[in-house]
Design a protein around this ligand. Structure first.
Ligand SMILES: [Zn+2]
Length: 473
């Protein structure tokens, strides 16, 4: 037996060595030219199913659920939940046994969008409110920076303010997610992003109507006025300070932002020539659609008509892909269905489905782009979430867990019950297709009795860094 064990151990050591050599020399590791990273903020398994029941009268019906996609679960918890009266409260991780036997377990130690996006962009679990900074305030390295080092184009696209936690944490470094003004300046002047698209327009309200200016999400009004004037400037002098844009294209010259805001401008950008850099802020304040006033008695999705003057996330997706794919070296883009989370916080079943449908259509648009303009050999697509929000289940009492969402047929609101008005520590779904997608399976080293093998949110950039930087980050 001892000899057998030793032989087995040697075999494993050899296997390990082989893997190590393969990884360190970069042999046999796929290298995607493009990566399209979709995040539906707040989406859990039941959010996907509820939307599929409404859209198709069936579950498993989304493009990212088709058989050739890699499907895993993912843990989302941060490193530190909060600093409470000077005490650091470390997160307790995720315990599959507790999650299966105690329905209250997932209501604590959950992450925030800032820490979750930082983990998915840099590979480090951090403090719940951190944007791209480590636990000691150290500056972390984003996937978008690796992409730039390879001469690729980069972008962030969101259905919520462009300075909000998720888009910010894929490009910026800031100690608190609420510092929107500082984040806006950083994204516009300190990053080399080629595309920034998101809401937060100071001159419009949540219904898309012109309103008294509110610079909450964009910061300095003077910078906003100057940068949106589209005069091709690369230096902005404001309050005795000069803000300079970066060289995004790598030709040695700084590249001015080209500002767009109308729906027509977004749609036009989805085809043909484009300016090198786009700063796109639809004419709406906080979200594309979710925060609009609802008609009294609105109960089902679209009972309140959508605002026509703003683009959909799908239209923004098409526009960003057209611009970013002009670079022969490839691109990285993060596209966020941000208001899925806002609907879930408010426990709005109808809005949740509207937002998740726009997200689903955005993924479909990206798949269509890959099949028409790229290929599954050169573009990796990832679809996942940063955390579950709202503890969405079917109607009923926990025994020990709540029942699943109930299918009421296509076009009908499914049986849905909200059990929380905040995030949870539940596992979220992870889907991937394209070069490198299979690698994620190797990292699914933990097992959940309900959801199966799961990865950590930090696994995503770890795999991307391995493919793009030979594991040097
Ligand atoms: Zn979130």
């Amino acid at each position: 037996m001892i000899i057998k064990f030793k032989a087995l151990r040697s075999l494993f050591l050899l296997l390990g060595l082989f893997l190590f050599v393969t990884v360190t020399t970069g042999q046999n590791i796929p290298v995607p030219k493009n990566i399209i990273f979709f995040i539906s903020d707040g989406m859990g398994y039941n959010h996907v199913d509820a939307t599929s029941y409404y859209q198709y009268g069936d579950s498993g019906a989304q493009v990212y659920e088709s058989p050739e996609w890699v499907k895993l679960a993912m843990a989302t918890y941060p490193a530190v939940v909060a600093i409470d009266n000077g005490d650091t409260v470390f997160a307790a991780g995720y315990n599959p046994r507790m999650a299966k036997t105690d329905h209250t377990y997932v209501k604590s130690d959950y992450t925030g969008s800032a820490a979750a996006a930082t983990a998915m962009s840099t590979g480090k679990k951090v403090h719940a409110r951190s944007i791209g900074l480590g636990l000691k305030g150290d500056t972390l390295h984003h996937i978008s920076q690796s992409a730039k080092a390879l001469g690729k184009s980069t972008g962030v696209v969101a259905s919520v303010p462009f300075t909000h936690a998720t888009p910010a944490a894929f490009a910026a470094h800031q100690e608190d997610r609420a510092n929107y003004g500082k984040i806006a300046k950083y994204m516009l002047f300190d990053t080399k992003l080629d595309v920034i698209m998101g809401t937060g327009h100071p001159e419009f309200d949540n219904n898309g109507k012109p309103s008294k200016p509110d610079y909450h999400y964009v910061g300095c009004s003077k910078i906003w006025q100057k940068i949106t004037a589209n005069k091709g400037k690369t230096v902005f002098e404001v309050n005795d300070r000069a803000y300079r844009v970066k060289d995004a294209t790598g030709d040695g010259n700084p590249d001015p932002w080209h500002f767009i805001q109308t729906r027509e401008e977004f749609i036009k950008l989805s085809q043909g020539e484009t300016p090198p850099r786009i700063f796109g802020v639809p004419q709406i304040y906080s979200t594309l659609q979710q925060a609009r006033d609802r008609k009294p008695g609105s109960k089902n999705p679209y009972d309140t008509p959508l605002i026509e003057s703003v683009p959909t996330l799908e239209e923004m997706t098409r526009a960003s892909l057209n611009l970013l794919s002009r670079n022969p070296n490839g691109f990285f883009v993060m596209i966020e269905g941000g208001a899925v989370d806002w609907a879930a916080h408010d426990n709005e079943s109808d809005c949740l489905i509207e937002e998740q449908i726009d997200f689903n259509r955005s993924v479909e648009a990206a798949v269509e782009w890959i099949e028409n303009n790229s290929s599954w050999d050169e573009t990796l697509i990832i679809v996942t979430s940063d955390h579950e929000c709202g503890y969405l289940t079917g109607p009923g009492d926990p025994d020990p867990l709540y029942p699943p969402v109930v299918n009421n047929g296509k076009g009908n609101l499914p049986g849905m019950q909200w059990n929380h008005d905040h995030h949870t520590n539940k596992l979220v779904p992870f889907y991937a297709k394209g070069p490198g997608a299979e690698i994620f399976k190797l990292f699914a080293g933990e097992y959940d009795p309900v959801r199966g093998p799961f990865i950590q949110n930090t696994t995503i950039p770890a795999v991307i860094f391995m493919m793009w930087d030979n594991g040097s980050f």
